[in-house]
Design a protein around this ligand. Sequence first.
Ligand SMILES: O=C(O)c1cc(=O)[nH]c(=O)n1[C@@H]1O[C@H](COP(=O)(O)O)[C@@H](O)[C@H]1O
Length: 240
Amino acid sequence: MTAPPTDRIFVALDMTDVAGARAMAGKVAGMVGGVKLGLEFFVAQGPAGIRAVVDGLDLPLFLDLKLHDIPNTVAGAVRSAAPLAPSFLTVHAAGGPAMLRAAADAAREEAERLGLPRMRILAVTVLTSLGEEDMEATGQQGPVAAQVERLARMARDAGVDGIVCSPAEVAALRAALGPDFILMVPGIRPAWAAANDQKRIMTPAQAVAAGADHLVIGRPITADADPGAAARRIAEELTP
Ligand SMILES: O=C(O)c1cc(=O)[nH]c(=O)n1[C@@H]1O[C@H](COP(=O)(O)O)[C@@H](O)[C@H]1O
């Protein structure tokens, strides 16, 4: 049985205050499959803030810290994040195979040690805010799709559970990497929402049809006058 469409949606709570994040989570609960808390919130509120938002919410947590450092430091950060029991935690694929392996090993070992469900490590490939014109500036070998696939294969071979990529790369990656590698996909814009700073975008239905497992959606829901209605509308658009 396929998951209901709401289960696919992780709403990005990109804000700095606990009350605001909790209120937003409350408005969309039942219409989304989980919440994503990332750097903006974590730098402002830390682990205690994360707990304050998710405690009692009964929704999976995607902790988007985009860790990128030497393997030993990243492994330590993964262990430090484990007590928050995230379902997903991000690292940057550009950290390289040893860093990715260290993150995957630390995630498995620490969850086991604490008796918690496994947290899945996701490697961020090429940010969805980057376009072809940014590849040379950042010293990466384009085109974007080729660089994303290179990083994705490296991440899979290093033992991580999945990647974060733009919708534009999903179909090729699904074909190349098989059905079990998790594709977490931001850069999602319903036809009725503004693109903002995202460059490589698709609608929710297009991204799922291409093979996305989960959709990360922020402003189309959180900046809407009625976030609950916006989330419901997206879930409806995903209903076959
Ligand atoms: O790791 C991510 O979640 C991520 C990776 C990426 O390449 N692009 C990207 O937009 N994101 C995140 O996805 C969310 C997208 O938010 P909206 O653009 O408001 O829908 C933000 O929280 C970003 O941090």
